[in-house]
Write a protein that binds this ligand. Structure first.
Ligand code: C2E
Ligand code: MG
Ligand code: MG
Length: 613
């Protein structure tokens, strides 16, 4: 039989374990064991209650559907006093329509953590994760349910998803969303034989108007132009802001070429009507380039380029013209495009894959190491190992090309093992606690023996597991999330830490983040690169930081190239920074060479904060 204090303590232990605070859980268990069996003292009961009330997660103990007790966190989250809730049906915490589902969830708790929406006393909704456990209370079964408020996290997720796909000024889809939708439309056309027209639209003389109106006025004009164009479009069409004064339009209905030309005339006529912005009368015109799938190109990249080419042709005619792409005009452009995109030696992936087979033995695969710094004081905290392939004839082949090739050719395990072994050996040359980060391919994680192999490498090289960090991308999590979670847990169990690389480029799903044992997020360099150029970038980075803070993850910003980017990141309390500004990848991870990045003396952080206002 358990006293209420003991119940609370058990509940607290569950919550601590759920939180992953295994050290704290172990400590609490020790105290519990000591007190258990002996007559519990009043001070001990008080101590246990304080402990339960200090927990971040809510704890509710209920029996036969009736609440016995809840801790401070639960009453705070739900806006309900614990005393008033005692004796009330626990199902009352759910919105009326969800009561049966909530009851079912509590009666037969699923093995994994469940998500549910509860109702606060003020009738607002609270999104929570629930973890229930059956316990014995005075000889009868009771349930302890730990609840964690994830409302803010969900809001962060929605905001990030919105910022990733929509333009903050016009609320139109952005380039990423637009090209994704274009790819989807092309895939549908492939099956149904339909056509899709792509418009590249550019406002004529926008720079002059922007100077005349000021930035705020320019923004207003862009918004009005977007609204006017949108009013002419059907549900199937998609207008997007591609950046600056550039818009993209996708017209998917059948008969696209004819309809496209007709629509271009309508858009032009609508925009030619004067605008009034901040009391000024403005005459606006735009240039339009049109390219049609499949007539002019057969993939997104080709179609976008064909549209741009047509837009340039339209622009040449002066303002207010529309131009349809033509293969004849573009003949020189197209051959140039092919040359730019494929270096001569890299055109034959089969030959390249063949060459890759012997590359490790031939010593052609090497590693370079890029330093990583703590943002606050720019002290060196470690390196990221990056693979290089020096091909006999083709010269340096970038990992963006040969890693996917290695994955397809079944060579990634061999290359991955070589990278891990070499990087760990290199890390052993460093003193102190400098970390070594190694990138892992999703395919490597499918290998059930990977943790064992890594353990053996750590033993062989003598590197403590705590100094090795493994970086994976979201692709891994999307393909098979439960299997990925198991592999990552197994790696975590050997003591290495895990980072989610290139965050923001994949699905950026927060639910993945909650369930995987990551210690770090690396914000993709695309966002860092866009700082100062795209007004969404700051908002996206801030949202990612808020989210990471919520999940207690550290954040590294990669691809830092300018002082302005560094200042923004330091001011916004990013934990670590990495990029060409601070250190290029180099053949040996030389601590001496990078411990004072480029010999600069940095202003103290408070000065930066002040400077940023
Ligand atoms: P990543 O893991 O995100 O690595 C960072 C990439 O950004 C590296 O490119 C690095 O050279 C580059 N970079 C660092 N700072 C800057 C900067 O300030 N500006 C710019 N523009 N770029 C910067 P790299 O070496 O070409 O690697 C590309 C990707 O290839 C890596 O992205 C990683 O996903 C993959 N990769 C590299 N080595 C390995 C490996 O050993 N195994 C696996 N599976 N993948 C690897
Ligand atoms: Mg990486
Ligand atoms: Mg990255």
């Amino acid at each position: 039989m358990m006293s209420f204090t003991e119940l609370l303590l058990v509940a607290l232990l569950l919550a601590l374990v759920a939180l992953g605070l295994s050290v704290a859980a172990g400590w609490a268990a020790l105290v519990w064991q000591r007190g258990h069996g002996a007559a519990l003292e009043t001070s001990y009961q008080a101590w246990a209650r304080h402990l339960a009330d200090a927990a971040f997660d809510g704890l509710i103990i209920h029996q036969n559907g009736v609440i016995l007790q809840m801790n401070n966190a639960a009453s705070r989250m739900l806006g309900r006093r614990a005393r008033e809730m005692m004796g009330q049906p626990v199902a009352n915490l759910a919105p009326p329509e969800a009561v049966p589902a909530f009851r079912a969830l509590l009666e037969a708790p699923p093995p994994e953590i469940a998500e549910f929406t509860l109702l606060r006393a003020d009738q607002t909704q609270l999104i929570v994760q629930l973890n229930s456990q059956t316990i014995s209370h005075e000889g009868q079964p009771a349930t302890v349910t730990a609840i964690r408020d994830i409302s803010q996290m969900k809001a962060d997720q929605a905001q990030i998803a919105r910022l990733l796909h929509y333009d903050a000024l016009t609320d139109l889809p952005n380039r990423k969303k637009f090209t994704e939708s274009l790819a989807a439309a092309i895939a549908v056309n492939d099956k149904d034989g339909g056509t899709t027209a792509l418009f590249q639209i550019d406002l004529d003389q926008f720079k002059e108007m922007n100077e005349r109106l000021g930035r705020a006025g320019g923004d207003l004009l862009l918004k009005q132009v977007a609204d006017r164009m949108n009013a002419l479009l059907g549900l199937e069409d998609m207008l997007a802001r591609l950046g600056g004064d550039k818009f993209g339009l996708m017209v998917t209905s059948t008969g696209a070429p004819n309809r496209a030309v007709h629509l271009a005339g309508q858009l032009e006529a609508a925009v030619n009507q004067p605008f009034i912005v901040e009391g000024q009368l403005l005459n606006v015109s735009m240039s339009i380039g049109i390219a049609v799938y499949p007539d002019h190109a057969t993939d997104v990249d080709g179609l976008m380029k064909a549209g741009e080419f047509a837009l340039k042709q339209a622009g040449r005619a002066g303002g207010g013209f529309c131009h349809m792409f033509s293969h004849d005009e573009a003949a020189s452009f197209k051959s140039g495009f092919k040359r730019d995109n494929f270096r001569p030696g890299l055109t034959d992936p089969q030959r390249l894959a063949q060459d890759l087979r012997g590359a490790i033995a031939a010593g052609e695969i090497t590693l370079v190491y890029q330093p990583v710094f703590r943002a606050a004081d720019l002290s060196l905290t470690g390196f990221e190992a990056l693979a290089r392939w020096q091909h006999k004839q083709d010269g340096m082949v970038p990992p963006g090309i040969f890693i996917p090739l290695a994955e397809q050719a079944g060579l990634i395990h061999e290359i991955g093992a070589f990278v891990l072994e070499t990087a760990c050996a290199e890390a052993m040359r460093h003193e102190g606690n400098l970390k070594m980060a190694v990138n892992l391919s999703p395919l490597q994680l499918r290998d059930a023996d990977l943790p064992g192999r890594i353990k053996a490498i750590l033993l062989r090289t003598g590197l403590p597991a705590s100094r090795l960090e493994l970086e994976v991308t979201e692709k891994l999590l999307i393909d098979n999330a439960p299997a990925a979670a198991r592999s990552l847990q197994a790696l975590r169990a050997i003591g290495v830490s895990l980072a989610l690389d290139d965050f923001g480029t994949g699905y950026s799903s927060v639910s993945y983040l909650c369930d995987f044992p990551f210690a770090r997020l690396k914000i993709d360099r695309r966002f860092i690169n866009a700082l100062g150029e795209d007004e969404n970038a700051e908002a996206i980075i801030s949202a990612i930081l808020a989210l990471a803070g919520n999940l207690r993850l550290e954040v590294t910003a990669e691809g830092v190239e300018t002082e302005a980017q560094l200042t923004f990141l330091r001011t916004n309390a990013v934990h670590h920074v990495q990029g060409f500004l601070l250190g290029q990848p180099a053949a040996t991870a030389s601590v001496a060479a990078v411990s004072l990045p480029r010999g600069r003396s940095l202003p103290a952080l408070p000065a930066l904060v002040n400077a940023a206002g």
